[in-house]
Design a protein around this ligand. Sequence first.
Ligand code: KDG
Ligand code: MG
Length: 405
Amino acid sequence: MKIKEIRVIVCNPGRNFVTVKVITENGTYGLGDATLNGREMAVVTYLEEHVVPCLIGRDAQNIEDIWQYLYRGVYWRRGAITMAAIAAIDMALWDIKGKVAGLPVYQLLGGKSRTAVTVYAHANGENIEGTLDEAEKLIKQGFKAIRLQSAIPDLAVTYGVLGDKKDYFELQGDRPLPPEQEWSTKKYFNMIETLFACARERFGHDIDLLHDVHSRLTPIESAKLGKMLEPYNLLFLEDASIAENQDNYKVIRQHTTIPLAIGETYNSIWDCKDLIQNQLIDYIRVAATHAGGITPLRRIADFASIYNVRTAPHGAPDLSPVCFSAHMHLNIWAPNFGIQEFVGFGNDISNKIFKQDMRLENGMVYVSEEPGLGIDFDEEEAKKHPYKRSYLPVCRLEDGTLWHW
Ligand code: KDG
Ligand code: MG
């Protein structure tokens, strides 16, 4: 079953998505996501110049061998660009294998470990009340787990808080430079405990609450935050400190019992290994798109299961629906699945481009039963919404110092 053609298509139905289509000689095709937010075209070049020419004529059935060939066969292993490219090919090959077998990918992984996948939704607000009002709406919609993020008073813009006006993706348009945002740990600490105290007072203790620090704190500040939030029983605290220095997590762990999650920027099992085997984290958040696809995510999940670490795949809006569906097949199978981040099934435009039949019910998402990944891609529709240059924001302290990002 030879690979005949590989197409790399970039579209922007609200944000940029890099989609890979692997087509075999008999016409069966598979889809993969290679989106790397703010660096999309680097992955496109890597794929077109370095990966596609090596794969034409290879047998699409040999997923493992192709993965090893693209990973081990290259002197320059790992890195976000390389791994996003490998990831997209890997997803597409699993999609093809499922279509050929006439089975959804989760069946090829070992079948279902649960009926549906519990997800957490985002409540973002310009202030504590606004965030809690958003959370209340989500609870009424049936969500059982909610991530709370609130803008920090007196700071220009807080990362990850869209509020009523600050969707930074929209603000960016075609601007040539990354937007700038502010950070003050002191001001954050003045707000954050109140946010969770008010949430518990308003919603009680049955709802799961989560929070993402976006790596803004030093390890000792993270430890302090963990202790501060312990009474509010979070499901996890995400990216408490930067991901590169994993010794940070030893410091945090010594001081607090708050469950810790990290991994959305990790690219391989090697990035996760020490944190997992030293039991310094509770949830590993690697994304199929950024850590090499379904093949390595399965391996990471199995490795994590030995050390009581559960999976909680990244599910931000800059991962395409193809990645989300790959996560769904992994989530429904992984015995040590924890929770999936969920920001909805996309807008009207993206739903015309990416077609899938997953459904949300009572805070849980049901996987597609279609063969393969259960997602299709309308190339003609995608062409109507071309790539727009876009950057993630940078973060500065109030005195102008460039901060942890
Ligand atoms: O591209 C970066 C975003 O995906 C990230 O900032 C979102 O932290 C995030 C999350 O947990 O969804
Ligand atoms: Mg995050």
